[in-house]
Design a protein around this ligand. Structure first.
Ligand code: GAP
Length: 444
């Protein structure tokens, strides 16, 4: 993990938030490459969950909502983790993170057994809306995006004219005042979620739970996570929310252990029923065929953007051996991102930076490709070094403009370039006019 964290900072994927002031625990900033990677994950999720489906529409809700939402959803009352204080080192700990030594619980920091009883700690960040800071102006930063979907259910049903089963998808920020943020971005205090609330008839719930679990596994495979590293955990009855009839956790083998990437939960009609009761507004669905009114049930695949990004970086990180300029073997650091999510799709290099014709041709290629993909132009240093720099940030393709491109040796090679593939390091000679098609197919 240390190597990954250091690479993330060195190459501009992820920095500590407010770093020049000593940071703020559990908060992170994404740099130039991190933001591209994150955007590619979100775009792919939106593409397969919304654009490629007839039965899902999107929304983008506000982060602050009426406090009544959090009362009705149960978050104000129960969205808490059990917290324990260590009386010796004064650490505040999540009760489930204590060390168990032969049945005796210990502080994981100092080993002390002098611990307080566990008490609930509400994870929502409280804030005030408007100029007065009193009980009447309290609300919270949302701890999940799901609730705005539930409270807009009726509006969206009306405008979209969808019939059950159908879903509402949302990507957005969520905030939790985690007691112990840890494992880099894995448990943060501010993060992004990609959530789908898929509304259905009660009798469809269990079947759709299986369906969405399978769809979500496919999603991770399609962005380059090996199926062997993904695991489905059936959440046991005593860990499941009381209203859920079934929940799966999709887990990934991170370097720090097997941990949750996403929850897929059958939440029954709990959320809509709660909001109907509390708001006094009907959130029922009218079935035109049976002429019945009822509150739909919901299956929710809820994924974390930041956890997915972290899993992709962990999955991509690799070191292998490759020959340097002089043929000497050296360790090559490569991020083997799936081309679909790679922050930069293609590096473009003139063989020599002091040859105006090579430089002009390379820049022409950059202009040609830029409307279709993210491209990085690099003319400094030996070509091998330039390849290595791109390998390290996971750029899947490299294009080199050389004297053959100018047709100097063999006129039949005029306007061709070498196209290098990151993982195999194989090079092929291709026509410039074929580049857009060749690359677009591979990064789609
Ligand atoms: N609406 C359901 C819900 O929020 P959750 O299991 O609490 O369920 C869903 O959260 C996903 O959000 C998790 O699987 C994880 O990917 C992400 N997530 C939750 N807490 C997080 C945190 N503190 N830091 C980063 N990601 C988090």
């Amino acid at each position: 993990m240390e190597k990954i964290v250091s690479l993330c900072k060195r190459r501009g994927f992820i920095f500590q938030s407010s770093e020049i002031y000593g940071g703020l625990n559990g908060l992170w900033d994404y740099g130039p490459l991190g933001v591209e990677l994150k955007r590619n994950v979100k775009n792919h999720w939106w593409r397969v969950m919304v654009h490629e489906r007839d039965d899902v529409v999107g929304m983008d809700g506000s982060i602050l909502m009426n406090r009544a939402v959090w009362k009705a959803s149960g978050h104000e009352e129960t969205f808490s983790d059990p917290m324990v204080d260590c009386r010796t080192c004064k650490a505040r700990l999540r009760a489930d993170q204590l060390t168990d030594k032969k049945g005796a619980l210990q502080c994981p920091n100092c080993g002390s057994k002098d611990l307080t009883e566990a008490r609930p700690f509400n994870l929502m960040f409280k804030t005030y809306v408007g100029a007065t800071e009193d009980e009447s102006s309290i609300t919270y930063l949302r701890p999940e995006t799901a609730q705005s979907i539930f409270v807009q259910f009726k509006n969206i049903l009306e405008v979209s004219r969808k019939k059950l089963p159908f879903g509402i998808a949302q990507i957005g920020k969520a905030f939790r005042n985690e007691i112990n943020p840890r494992n880099f971005t894995f448990r943060s205090r501010e993060f992004e979620q990609m959530e789908l609330e898929y509304f259905c008839r009660p009798e469809q719930g269990m079947e759709l739970l299986e369906y969405w679990k399978d769809e979500r596994l496919k999603f991770y495979e399609n962005i380059g996570i090996l199926r062997d590293k993904l695991h489905v955990r059936t959440v046991p009855d005593d860990e499941r929310a009381f209203y859920s009839k079934g929940t799966y956790d999709i887990e990934y083998d991170f370097p720090f252990g097997r941990q949750e990437l996403e929850g897929v939960a059958y939440r029954t009609d709990y959320d809509l029923s709660q909001h109907q009761k509390a708001s006094g507004k009907s959130l029922e669905y009218f079935d035109e065929e049976t002429k019945q009114r009822f509150i739909p049930h919901v299956v929710e695949p809820s994924a974390g953007v930041d956890r997915t990004v972290l899993a992709l970086i962990c999955e991509a990180y690799s070191e292998d051996q490759a020959a340097d300029e002089k043929g000497k073997m050296e360790t090559r650091l490569v991020l083997r991102f799936h081309p679909r999510v790679a922050p930069v799709k293609c590096g473009v290099f003139p063989l020599l930076k002091n040859n105006p014709q090579l430089v002009a041709k390379a820049k022409e290629i950059v202009d040609l490709l830029r409307p279709h993909m993210t491209v990085f132009y690099d003319e400094s240093g030996a070509i091998g070094r330039r390849y290595r720099r791109q390998d390290e940030i996971g750029t899947p393709f490299g294009i080199t403009v050389d004297f053959e491109t100018l047709g100097e040796k063999d006129p039949s090679l005029r306007d061709t370039v070498t196209l290098r593939e990151r993982d195999s390091m194989k090079q092929e000679r291709v026509k410039i006019s074929d580049l857009i098609h060749l690359l677009s197919v591979r990064i789609a």
